[in-house]
Design a protein around this ligand. Structure first.
Ligand SMILES: C[S@@+](CC[C@H](N)C(=O)[O-])C[C@H]1O[C@@H](n2cnc3c(N)ncnc32)[C@H](O)[C@@H]1O
Ligand code: SF4
Length: 413
């Protein structure tokens, strides 16, 4: 029997948007900090060691109350982040609660260590985690484990990734760029493509707390990272995959490629442990600085600016001689030192390919009706998205599009 929740979902789905589209609206996403404890000691962490071992945490009643309150304010995404959420003894309770009151998307940001207990993966999924964002900083144990300062860390994370994939659950990977990994990005992505992961965020580090203290060991400059980032974009373009998101690079540093950089968070509210609420956009200037060059820069109104601490650590000569579009294009076009031996698919494409196993040919209507059984992407409530995914599969020569009786049908080749 169809439940009320399902009926309600069906009713709104034709009007609904993808999470990317919805994120442009206010009151979209709440990021909750449930404690500061962590089981790793990443050299680059933007928290300090003292804060990472502080046991302060709000009561369960407080957390439930807040989650309910945000739901009433129409927030629809809940992110558990900061410290290591999965070592909180009550995390599953909070996720279950949020899922019961219909938060559409519940994301857990994790270092993945706790998850090496296979049963824990399943418990998180059953509780209602929609997808996991896992931080991985190298594909070689000796470097990842060194950066996170924990032996066996990568081994455990990789086991965990395999475990989640058994349930076809969605995974994103965050990589923080450091001196030890930025030159190996191409191999890093090749490694994880082969594990069928296609969603990534490349994070240029914020020089705060540990990262600031350890800058001479792990720090790098914008100009070190950018050529490597451009090469990564080329690989994704060549593989017909959605480019990874890039965080914390000033827009003027990547002319022509600036759309890869996340520029606004106006949909994200953050709840801090002391119950102060902040909005990432409103606070964006607190840690940032405008330099002389910014006043004449075309991005001045939308750019976050440059980290104050970055300015303290590195001489700002990089801004006196910015990379030009021609230089970056040269790197992009020249970079061909990689071969893609197979085709890779985004989570959206994987969903559609699975649907073809149920029915071939498919119409958009079929997809809307059948998708709930699969939804690897957890996000295909939008007609726009279904059609654009189909268009890519057509371009990849996997699907044929035909007009039959004034209806578009898609046929898997
Ligand atoms: C602070 S962590 C908290 C969640 C969890 N412990 C983890 O590591 O994924 C949130 C994200 O910020 C990233 N991060 C850590 N230090 C950073 C820094 N200095 N600058 C930018 N991002 C950083 C982490 O890699 C992770 O992807
Ligand atoms: S980045 Fe995450 S895992 Fe690493 S020390 Fe910071 S909070 Fe812990």
């Amino acid at each position: 029997m169809t439940t009320f929740k399902e009926k309600f979902k069906k009713k709104i789905e034709l009007l609904s948007w993808t999470s990317d589209e919805k994120q442009q609206n206010a009151n979209s996403c709440y990021e909750i900090m449930i404690h500061k404890l962590c089981n790793e000691k990443c050299l680059f962490c933007s928290q300090d060691h003292e804060r990472r071992s502080s046991a302060i945490r709000p009561s369960d009643a407080d957390i439930f109350h807040r989650i309910l309150l945000w739901k009433k304010q129409w927030y629809w995404m809940l992110w558990f982040t900061w410290g290591e959420p999965l070592i909180h003894p009550n995390i599953l309770k909070y996720v279950k609660f949020a899922s019961k009151i219909w938060f559409n998307l519940i994301r857990v940001q994790t270092n993945g260590v706790m998850l090496w207990y296979p049963w824990f993966a399943k418990k998180c999924i059953d509780a209602g985690v929609t997808y996991f964002k896992i931080s991985v900083h190298h594909y070689k144990s000796e470097i990842h484990d060194y950066l996170v300062w924990l032996p066996w860390a990568l081994n455990n994370v990789l086991k965990w990734i395999e475990e989640i994939q058994k349930y076809w659950w969605r995974i994103w990977i965050n990589i923080v760029l450091t001196k030890q990994n930025y030159k190996d990005l191409v191999d890093f992505f090749n490694f994880f493509f082969n594990k069928w992961i296609t969603d990534y965020v490349m994070i240029f580090p914020l020089y705060e707390w540990s990262m600031y203290e350890q800058a001479d060991i792990v720090g790098l400059k914008y100009s070190d990272a950018i050529p490597e980032i451009i090469k990564v974009l080329k690989i994704f373009d060549k593989a017909w995959l959605k480019r990874p998101l890039v965080l914390n690079i000033p827009l003027c540093m990547m002319p022509w490629y600036e759309t890869a950089i996340i520029q606004t968070f106006n949909w994200t509210a953050v709840l801090n442990l002391d119950w102060t609420k902040s909005n990432i956009d409103e606070n964006k200037d607190v840690w940032k600085k405008r330099i002389k060059h910014c006043s004449t820069c075309k991005y001045n109104k939308i750019c976050f600016g440059i980290d104050k601490t970055y300015c303290k650590l590195f001489w700002l000569d990089e801004f006196e001689c910015l990379p030009t579009q021609t230089e970056l294009n040269y790197i992009y076009n020249k970079f061909n030192d990689f071969t893609l031996k197979k085709s890779f698919f985004t989570e959206d494409e994987k969903c559609i390919l699975e649907l073809f196993k149920k029915k071939n040919p498919l119409t958009v209507n079929d997809i809307i009706t059948l998708k709930d059984d699969i939804q690897i992407c957890k996000d295909c409530d939008s007609l726009n998205k279904i059609i654009s995914t189909m268009e890519i599969l057509v371009k990849k020569w996997l699907v044929n599009k035909q007009l039959v009786n004034w209806k578009i049908i898609f046929i898997k080749n």
